[in-house]
Write a protein that binds this ligand. Structure first.
Ligand code: ATP
Ligand code: MG
Length: 455
């Protein structure tokens, strides 16, 4: 067709990192849609056109190949939507966010596969450096999402061997430009947060957001966890770094268990202590306490989700539940691991008991390794007891053997308060282990209690 085309962006970067995926972006000096249609005819692939964006996509041999025309961009202050004109490859590379994301492979016959790297992306990739091709103030002001992308890439690309760093000029610029986040939609921001949370070591991202002041703009509730207050020589845990340690622990334990990353469990880890600042108290005898922080924290979850335009559905309820219950398993160690306490925990946690146990184990952090070892050993006792009680009593998916309909039918009564009282009485007896979790014993107890009540 007489146009030049290049593979560009993430695919090129990931090739050099040895982790190339299946998303290939092709930039065309001309119409992306027309080239896509021509390629589609040649390889007999169906082409999807996105006319609003001027892009096109086809699937080929397991890859998802996207075509877009090269473009030149200029920005207005109030929006991250640029004014777009057709451009050359060089102009297109200039509008890209980071040097490591601006590299391209030529698809021309005469130099097929040749790297086109105007900003030294390949060197930055080897050195683990994240840097913008243009002046960072301009780059971040034009599209503030790039600040979060920089932090996400620094986190995601870092490995135990090489730590990716954002250059100091960029970090300084983020501090200046943090207020520009206000032009982003909450959905975009949360999308980036989710991706950060799904990396192997999300603490890196939250530390960077904290250092640049972005976190204060996005999740001030987390910043409130920072710092240690000291009275009469007594300090307390630094709850921000503790929270990040718990979050990383969750990721490690998931990996060790060979489990898929659970985004919502990670949100729960991030938010598990947000009730601490409001519950903090010093009393001369005992020192610092955070009594009831799990209840306060659970109450803070819905408004926090709402503020970020996150779903207010069962995911939110799950996070809220884990925040509310996060102390329960470990509290059993002190209160005594009785069958009845374990049954109540199983009843309250239901199917989320395994996630709760993982969070609770992750929550055991201390500078003293012997202490961590000791508490984890006690914690393992709780876990064994849980398995034992669950095998015996099957409380996890507890359904009261006595239903409202059944009570109404037996006594020929309409809906009334007595029904609730009877059901609750039976449930408590089962959880306390006074009777077994079966219909016969439940029915007998119901009839005894009902007689006492004069039914
Ligand atoms: P991944 O898909 O693994 O997150 P990626 O680099 O492919 O990484 P995408 O969001 O898919 O990231 O974007 C593809 C390419 O488009 C990037 O490599 C970058 O060159 C460019 N790009 C994406 N978003 C922006 C942005 N906000 N500003 C400038 N360039 C961007
Ligand atoms: Mg991509």
């Amino acid at each position: 067709m007489g146009v030049r085309a290049f593979v560009i962006g993430g695919y090129v970067r990931d090739c050099f990192l040895g982790r190339a995926g299946n998303d290939i972006d092709i930039v065309v000096e001309g119409s992306g849609m027309e080239l896509a249609l021509a390629v589609g005819r040649k390889v007999h692939a169906k082409v999807s056109l996105f006319k609003n964006f001027g892009t096109a996509m086809l699937h080929f041999q397991g890859d998802e190949v996207e075509f877009v025309g090269a473009r030149k961009e200029s920005y207005r202050r109030e929006s991250r939507k640029p004014i777009v004109e057709d451009g050359t490859l060089e102009e297109d590379q200039l509008r890209r966010d980071f040097t490591i994301n601006a590299m391209a492979f030529s698809l021309q016959q005469e130099n097929f596969g040749e790297l086109v790297d105007p900003f030294g992306g390949i060197r930055d990739l080897a050195d683990g450096i994240i840097r913008t091709p243009l002046d960072p103030d301009q780059t971040y002001s034009d599209d503030p999402l790039r600040m979060l992308r920089a932090i996400r890439f620094a986190t995601k690309l870092s490995t135990p061997e090489i730590r990716f760093r954002i250059v100091p000029e960029s970090l300084d610029s983020m501090r200046r430009m943090r207020g520009r986040l206000s032009i982003l939609s909450k959905e975009r921001i949360v999308d980036e947060l989710d991706k950060m949370l799904l990396t192997d070591r999300p603490s890196l991202a939250f530390e960077l957001m904290d250092r640049t002041g972005l976190l204060e703009e996005i999740l001030p509730q987390l910043c409130a966890l920072k710092g240690v207050e000291t009275i009469e020589g007594k300090g307390h845990k630094e709850n921000f770094s503790h929270t990040l340690a718990v979050l990383d622990n969750v990721c490690t334990f998931e990996r060790e268990a060979g489990a898929e990353p659970n985004l919502w469990l990670r949100w729960a880890a991030l938010l598990h202590d947000i009730g601490k600042p409001a519950s903090k108290h010093f009393s001369p005898g005992t020192g610092w306490t955070f009594h009831g922080h799990e209840v306060i924290g659970a109450k803070m979850v819905p408004p926090l989700f709402k503020g970020l335009m996150m779903p207010l559905n069962e995911k939110m309820k799950y996070v809220q539940k884990l925040v509310r219950l996060h102390l329960r398993p470990i509290a059993l160690v002190d209160e005594g691991v009785t069958d009845s306490a374990v049954r109540r925990l199983l009843f309250d946690a239901g199917d989320d008991i395994d996630d709760l146990m993982l969070l609770c184990k992750a929550d055991i952090t201390s500078k003293n390794p012997a202490k961590v070892q000791r508490i984890r050993a006690n914690f393992d006792l709780v876990r064994e007891k849980l398995v034992e009680v669950e095998a015996k009593d099957a409380i996890r998916n507890f359904k009261n053997p006595i239903t409202g309909e059944y009570v109404m039918q037996v006594y020929g009564i309409p809906p009334c308060q007595e029904i609730g009282i009877l059901k609750e009485y039976v449930k408590e007896a089962i959880l306390d282990g006074k009777i077994g979790n079966n219909f016969e014993e439940a029915d007998a107890l119901m009839r005894k209690k009902a007689a006492e009540m004069g039914l």
